[in-house]
Design a protein around this ligand. Structure first.
Ligand code: 2YC
Length: 272
């Protein structure tokens, strides 16, 4: 699991309006609309939802990431919800949040980043939520994915969730992972759920054969300038970004990548 660094997230809070405008240019949908679709919620039903939300800094493992809880809180605020960051950390932060009447808690250690609804018991995991949110965004970027080939790179928590969501949109999903057993496991899961899938073992060949990509792997320079065609569409939740810098320029609005926004927005609507 990739661990964010401060410089991955230090601009989030101050650029959310521009981010959302760019998202609308790329997908035709706002962050809230993408998250609503990824969670099967109707925007109209969300207006009267006003739960008390708390974000709790966690010092365990490799500890606090400077700006992490602030970035999470800013995304929740951008979506129109009230949120506080607890003064205390860890267990003290959980106690403070519960005693202040918080209904929804956000917290992350080095292995899991979750949103929990104390009232309903609902839990949303960042990896699963990010995969669904990015699949919805890619579907809009491509004006629908019915019967279109999509290459899913990276069969981790985000990639597994994205692959199932993409197949659910009617896409013909090809799965590649550096670790063959991971891609085989995801391939079998797709088949078990009744989808036609394809297992890719040669990434170079797969990148030539696919023009719609969902890059959920935590590696740089996986998608190079030479792979990029004029009709290529890439949704890339993976951190660091897998597209070579020269390719990012070439793709411009045909590339979607963010470190937290789509995942956090989907998490909050998951547990509302
Ligand atoms: O500041 C804090 O509370 C830290 N305990 C937060 C640690 C988050 C570690 N996880 C990650 O960086 C990645 C993110 C991409 C989102 C999910 N895991």
């Amino acid at each position: 699991m990739t661990r964010l660094e401060q410089n991955d997230i230090n601009e989030i809070a101050t650029t959310l309006v521009d981010y959302d405008e760019a998202l609308i240019r790329k997908t035709g949908c706002s962050l809230k609309e993408i998250a609503a679709q990824a969670t099967g919620r109707r925007i109209s039903e969300l207006f009267d939802q006003n739960p008390q939300i708390a974000v709790i800094p966690m010092t365990c493992g490799q500890g606090i990431i400077e700006g992490f809880v602030e970035s999470v809180a800013s995304i929740i605020t951008h979506l129109g919800f009230k949120v506080t960051i607890t003064e205390s950390r860890d267990t003290g932060g959980v106690a403070e949040a519960v005693q202040s009447g918080a209904e929804i808690l956000f917290m992350a250690d080095d292995d899991r980043f979750v949103a929990v609804n104390l009232r309903t018991g609902k839990v949303s995991d960042n990896g699963d939520a990010t995969g669904r949110g990015y699949a919805v965004a890619l579907e809009h970027m491509c004006a629908g994915l019915q019967d279109k080939k999509v290459l899913l790179i990276g069969a981790g928590p985000v990639g597994n969730s994205a692959a199932l969501a993409l197949a659910g949109c009617g896409a013909k999903v090809s799965v590649y992972d550096l670790n063959l057993s991971s891609s085989q496991r995801l391939f079998r899961e797709l088949e078990k759920q009744g989808y036609t899938a394809r297992l890719e073992t040669d990434l170079e060949a797969a990148l030539v054969r696919h023009h719609i990509l969902l890059d959920a792997c935590p590696a740089e320079d996986v998608i190079m300038l030479r792979h990029i065609t004029t009709d290529m569409m890439i949704a890339a939740p993976g951190i660091p970004l897998g597209v070579q810098a020269l390719g990012v320029e070439q793709l411009s609005e045909r590339l979607l990548h963010d470190p937290l926004q789509i995942g956090v927005a989907t998490m909050i609507l998951d547990v509302l």
